[in-house]
Ligand binder design. Structure first.
Ligand SMILES: NC(=O)c1ccc[n+]([C@@H]2O[C@H](COP(=O)([O-])OP(=O)(O)OC[C@H]3O[C@@H](n4cnc5c(N)ncnc54)[C@H](OP(=O)(O)O)[C@@H]3O)[C@@H](O)[C@H]2O)c1
Length: 228
């Protein structure tokens, strides 16, 4: 059974992708910091031997090392890694932004993804596997003063660089770039946004392409509302 590892799996896009990946027949490795939420999700997904929940802070190299080691000892291989964990900032912009928040955000949205890639490479080289990144449309547009946007420009670009590094290995790299999605990322509901499952279906669509097809960069946006 192919193995699908997801960071930031406890809520939102990551949890929705876990549900879709289970439906598609993958064994799952689900990582996030909140143990209770991971436990609830693994129970929801049947709680069997094919779903492993692992507490992991992606900003900590040793946590990620344990995550990948545990995944391989449980399942023997890793086929798809979805580097999805990410956070925003409570204070917008640069002048009034909080550098401590920036540090946490860059460590999660960039360093965390890069560490996932480094640890994934030896395994996905063996399986001709797939590395999927949650970028953002915020990394394709100008958002005044946004350090979050800068982290996503950075990680979108990294997806391009990683693809070059993996050329000739049979591995594929996909950057999924959602627009607004109604998830716990925000304190308030975003009814005008996408549902988490809309992005999850896109991730599975990319993962399920035949080996010769690499969907490298995908923007997933809410359809603009009808005008009167
Ligand atoms: N919502 C949007 O409009 C939108 C649009 C474009 C892109 N995105 C991106 O989509 C991704 C998922 O976000 P979401 O909207 O689904 O929001 P979310 O529900 O808040 O999910 C974020 C996930 O990341 C995990 N996480 C955060 N920091 C972590 C860390 N240090 N180590 C491990 N896991 C960590 C969270 O779990 P724990 O707190 O349990 O660790 C949670 O599972 C993020 O990369 C975000 O930037 C979101």
């Amino acid at each position: 059974m192919a193995v699908f590892l997801i960071t930031g799996a406890s809520t939102g896009i990551g949890a929705a992708t876990a549900r879709r990946a289970k439906e598609a027949g993958y064994s799952l490795v689900l990582a996030a910091r909140s143990e209770a939420k991971l436990k609830a999700l693994t129970d929801e997904l049947g709680g069997g031997d094919d779903v492993l929940g692992m507490p992991c802070d992606v900003t900590r190299l040793e946590d990620q090392q344990q995550l990948f080691d545990r995944a391989v000892s449980a399942f023997g291989q890793i086929d798809v890694v979805f580097a999805n964990a990410g956070i925003g900032a409570n204070t917008a912009g640069t002048e009034h932004g909080d550098p401590e928040e920036w540090k946490a955000m860059l460590m999660t949205n960039m360093f965390g993804v890069m560490v996932s890639a480094k640890l994934a490479i030896p395994h996905i080289k063996k399986t001709k596997g797939h590395f999927i990144i949650t970028g953002s449309v915020a990394g394709r547009r100008t958002l005044k003063g946004s350090v979050y946007g800068a982290s996503k420009w950075g990680i979108n670009a990294y997806g391009y660089n990683l693809r070059e590094e993996l050329k000739g290995t049979g591995c594929r790299v996909t950057i999924v770039e959602p627009g607004l999605v109604d998830t716990p990322f925000f304190d308030d509901p975003k009814p005008e946004g996408l549902r988490d499952d809309d992005v999850a279906r896109t991730v599975i669509f990319a993962a399920e392409q035949p080996q010769g097809v690499e969907l490298h960069e995908i923007q997933v946006l809410p359809t603009p509302p009808l005008e009167a």
